[in-house]
Structures are given as structure tokens and as C-alpha cells.
Design a protein around this ligand. Structure first.
Ligand code: IMP
Length: 206
């Protein structure tokens, strides 16, 4: 039996203001006061797990312990089966361009294309999916972790300026537009994050 969330306050175990804003919006119907790990000055743990769920859990556990409050963390990325699951948990790391300091997703998207081509496979239309693991941890260490996905295929060159990360090369199944071209409300309705969040709400918030 899953534990229900009955507390008034929750830490979002992220230092990324965009993620905090998005999760805050998703939680707004539940009247929960939200504070971020960044605002509390909590250290960022090393993400050394080998799955999305393990990384989400270790972030949630660290924040729950540091703040002595329930904490919610997510870990997400693009999975390409023909690349044996890469970039996967390394999705952010694939955007580290040796010639720049910031994350460079044009570099990362081109790396995906080249990696598939190197296998002698046509990158166009290759299956891919986004995954998001959400982990809710209480200060007594109990944890609930849910995984959401959205299936689709890859397209090159990248299209659209609306999303972030790998959105411009990802076409969700039954759509023509990439996540980068799509109305962002529509993306947030069908995304891996929405899928994981809906599962979390069903389990812990209803
Ligand atoms: P993390 O979960 O913050 O460690 O990073 C996940 C990485 O996966 C991000 O830097 C993005 O590159 C990628 N990613 C996760 N979700 C999405 C999405 O909805 N669209 C595009 N890229 C995403």
C-alpha cells in the first residue's frame, strides 16, 4: 500500500529553476507549499546511479535528509534503443561540448545522429522514447518512485524552437510535429513527465 502525502510542505530536489517551476505548477491543485533544494542551499548529490529511478531516489533521499521535509526529485532523459539505451541517464552529459562551457544540445543531437550512422543504420525514423522517474521521499526514508515514458521516433535535422534539450529531434507517436515545434501545453499533456506525475498523483495525492 503506497503512502499518502498529507504534509503541508515539500522540497523539490532540484537546483534547476525551470524544473522547480514546472513541478510547482503540477502540484498547485494540491495546496502544497513548495521550496526548492536550491533555495535551501542544500548540496547537489553526485548522480552516480545506473538507472533513472536510482538517480531520482538518491536526489530525493539527500534532500529529504538535508531539509527534514518530504522531497520530490526527478531524473529524465532520451533513450535510443538502437544505441543500447544511450544517451539515457547521460542525456545531460552528452551535451557537454569540449569547445564550450554551457550545455550544447545541437552538439548532443548531432552526436545522437552520428552514433546511429556509425552503426551503419539510418537515423531517420529510429525509435526513441523519453523517460522520467519521479521519486517522493519522506524524512523517515520511505520512498515512492514512479516512471513515465513517451514513445516516438527521431527526425533530422532538428526542428522547432519551443522546447528544450532533445525536443527538436523527437516526434511523439501519432504526431507529425517534433516536441520542439509543438504547443508546449500539448507537450506537457503527453510527456514522460506528465505520465510519471499522473501516476504519482494517483498513488500518493488522491
Ligand atoms: P536531468 O534529469 O536534469 O539530469 O537531465 C535530463 C536531460 O535529459 C536534460 O538535460 C535534457 O537534455 C534531457 N531531457 C529530459 N527531459 C526532456 C524533455 O522533455 N525534452 C528534451 N530533453 C529532455
Amino acid at each position: 500500500m503506497a503512502r499518502k502525502f498529507t504534509e503541508k510542505k515539500l522540497v523539490i530536489a532540484s537546483h534547476n529553476p525551470r524544473k522547480v517551476h514546472e513541478i510547482n505548477n503540477l502540484l498547485s491543485p494540491f495546496g502544497v507549499e513548495v521550496v526548492s533544494a536550491g533555495e535551501l542551499g542544500l548540496p547537489e548529490p553526485v548522480e552516480d546511479g545506473d538507472t533513472f529511478s536510482v538517480n531520482a531516489e538518491l536526489k530525493a533521499r539527500a534532500a529529504a535528509k538535508g531539509a527534514d521535509l518530504p522531497a520530490l526529485a526527478d531524473d529524465s532523459g532520451l533513450v535510443v534503443p538502437v544505441l543500447d539505451g544511450d544517451p539515457g541517464i547521460y542525456s545531460a552529459r552528452w551535451a557537454e561540448n569540449p569547445t564550450g562551457s554551457d550545455k550544447d544540445f545541437n552538439y548532443a543531437m548531432n552526436k545522437v545522429r552520428q552514433a546511429i550512422k556509425t552503426k551503419g543504420i539510418n537515423p531517420e525514423g529510429q525509435n526513441a522514447y523519453f523517460t522520467c522517474s519521479l521519486s517522493l521521499c519522506w524524512p523517515d526514508h520511505q520512498v515512492e518512485t514512479l516512471e513515465g515514458t513517451v514513445n516516438g521516433s527521431l527526425t533530422f535535422p532538428p526542428r522547432g524552437e519551443k522546447g528544450f534539450g532533445y525536443d527538436p529531434i523527437f516526434v511523439p507517436i501519432n504526431y507529425q510535429l517534433t516536441f520542439g515545434e509543438m504547443n508546449q501545453n500539448e507537450k506537457h499533456r503527453i510527456s514522460h513527465r506528465a505520465d510519471a506525475f499522473n501516476k504519482l498523483v494517483t498513488l500518493c495525492f488522491n
